[in-house]
Design a protein around this ligand. Structure first.
Ligand code: SF4
Ligand code: SF4
Length: 194
């Protein structure tokens, strides 16, 4: 799939997000790194097994990897076969995390860096940052206990998405997710920023 976001831009965003994190401490210690292991370090999970641990790359993000990384396995999927935007055609990559929850921090894909936050476009097409509210098979205490997040993490996530939605494929993804959210939660959506 042809993305307008370049490798240089992805790398610059990785470096920018390397400087922030949700909390000053490692939040993985609160939950056994549930978002990397589907919660299996704290609870048993019937919905996934070890082979499922992983994360989707955004379109074009595969350019950041040289395919020699021994900590990930590559799964090639067709965007049309999943609930991605209609404008997405062709290959989309799912990375299997072979060493979850441990991985090279500076190599984490973008979706790992944003969690537990997500971009949201309101009905006037204004960008906000909200909690990730898709169906999860585990409990993220940052969301369920509303543990206050570092402001620089929230602001950096906003700044990055402000840039990323200039890419039509990523804009369409945010619109799709936002429309679901508006349908599901309407006026109750909580904006964390702005
Ligand atoms: S983001 Fe949530 S689920 Fe993931 S490690 Fe931090 S507290 Fe745990
Ligand atoms: S890439 Fe790393 S941070 Fe992301 S889900 Fe896999 S093990 Fe967790």
């Amino acid at each position: 799939m042809k993305s307008s976001t370049t490798k240089i831009t992805f790398l610059a965003i990785y470096r920018f997000l390397d400087k922030v994190s949700p909390l000053d401490q490692d939040c993985g210690q609160l939950c056994g790194a549930a978002c990397c292991t589907c919660g299996s370090q704290t609870d048993s999970c019937d919905l996934c097994d070890e082979d499922d641990f992983g994360i989707y790359l955004l379109p074009g993000e595969d350019k950041v990897f040289d395919r020699k990384e021994d900590w990930i396995g590559w799964e090639k999927n067709r965007a049309e076969d999943y609930e991605f935007p209609d404008s997405w055609h062709g290959t989309i990559y799912f990375l299997h995390c072979k060493t979850a929850p441990c991985c090279p921090r500076e190599k984490r894909p973008l979706q790992c860096r944003f969690f537990p936050l997500a971009p949201h476009l309101d009905e006037e097409d204004v960008l906000h940052i909200v909690y990730q509210d898709g169906e999860l098979t585990y409990d993220c205490p940052l969301i369920s206990q509303k543990i206050p997040l570092n402001e620089d993490f929230i602001h950096a996530t906003y700044t990055v998405w402000k840039h990323l939605i200039r890419d039509p494929l990523l804009y369409d993804l945010v619109v799709l997710d936002s429309d679901f959210r508006i349908e599901e939660h309407g006026d109750e959506i909580e904006y964390l920023y702005p």
